[in-house]
Design a protein around this ligand. Structure first.
Ligand code: SAM
Length: 211
């Protein structure tokens, strides 16, 4: 099993593609199930609770866990995936959850099938992964008023500059959630207690309302 220490030490797109190529086949059954990985469900619930609608872009979609939770919670709109890893996207494609799947680096200019009314993400803004520079690229794919619900690992919130980037989005609110359930303590005690902040805002709306 690929471990979180390796994932958190990634250094650039090639490194990332290599790690996730090795991880894609076991990601759901070993990592997500054994760690009781709850972050995608938290993001899906936050998006819907704030009135999110489609079409939705799932950012760093991986194997499609977040889209699966959206569907299980009753969301019927279109969902597109974007991810750097072709192997993770292949796992996601097999689940039949997405309208379009895009292989792209979200830190660079994007040509996706938007504009999107919703942008969601779980687990992508974290150690060794993606910093706040991607937010501007994602906002360019979003309709005015699009609802963003994006998780940020608490450990990189300040160190990678998410605090400064998000302070420029009026009306942003945060949910502080546990990334893993109790089973994670036995599997990986070093990471089991990690928390995520789900940042929620509406793109281009300056009246202070996030939902
Ligand atoms: C920890 S996984 C999270 C996957 C899924 N959202 C979940 O919660 O299970 C992080 C994902 O981000 C993707 N990723 C990392 N850097 C990226 C980048 N620069 N552009 C697009 N995707 C990226 C990886 O390929 C991987 O699928």
């Amino acid at each position: 099993m690929t471990d979180l220490n390796a994932a958190f030490a990634l250094n650039g797109p090639e490194d990332c593609a290599r790690l996730y190529a090795a991880w894609a086949a076991s990601y759901d059954a070993e990592f997500a199930a054994e760690m009781d990985y709850r972050l995608p469900a938290h993001v899906a619930a936050a998006f819907l609770a704030h009135g999110g609608s489609g079409p939705v872009l799932d950012v760093g979609a991986g194997t499609g866990l977040l889209a699966g939770h959206l569907r299980n919670m009753g969301f019927a709109g279109a969902i597109d995936a974007v991810d750097l890893s072709v192997d993770m996207l292949d796992s996601a494609r097999a689940k039949g959850l997405y309208r379009h799947l895009h292989r792209a680096d979200i830190t660079r200019p994007l040509a996706l099938t938007g504009p999107y009314s919703g942008v969601v993400s779980s687990g992508t803004f974290t150690h060794g992964h993606v910093g706040p520079e991607a937010i501007v690229q994602l906002e360019r794919q979003a309709a005015r008023g699009a609802l963003f619900a994006v998780s940020i690992n608490e450990g990189v919130y300040r160190s990678m500059g998410f605090d400064a980037a998000l302070s420029e989005r009026p009306g942003v609110t945060f949910l502080d959630v546990q990334i893993y359930g109790p089973a994670a303590a036995a599997k990986d005690p070093d990471h089991a207690a990690q928390r995520g902040l789900i940042a929620i805002w509406r793109h281009g709306v300056h009246d202070g309302a996030a939902g």
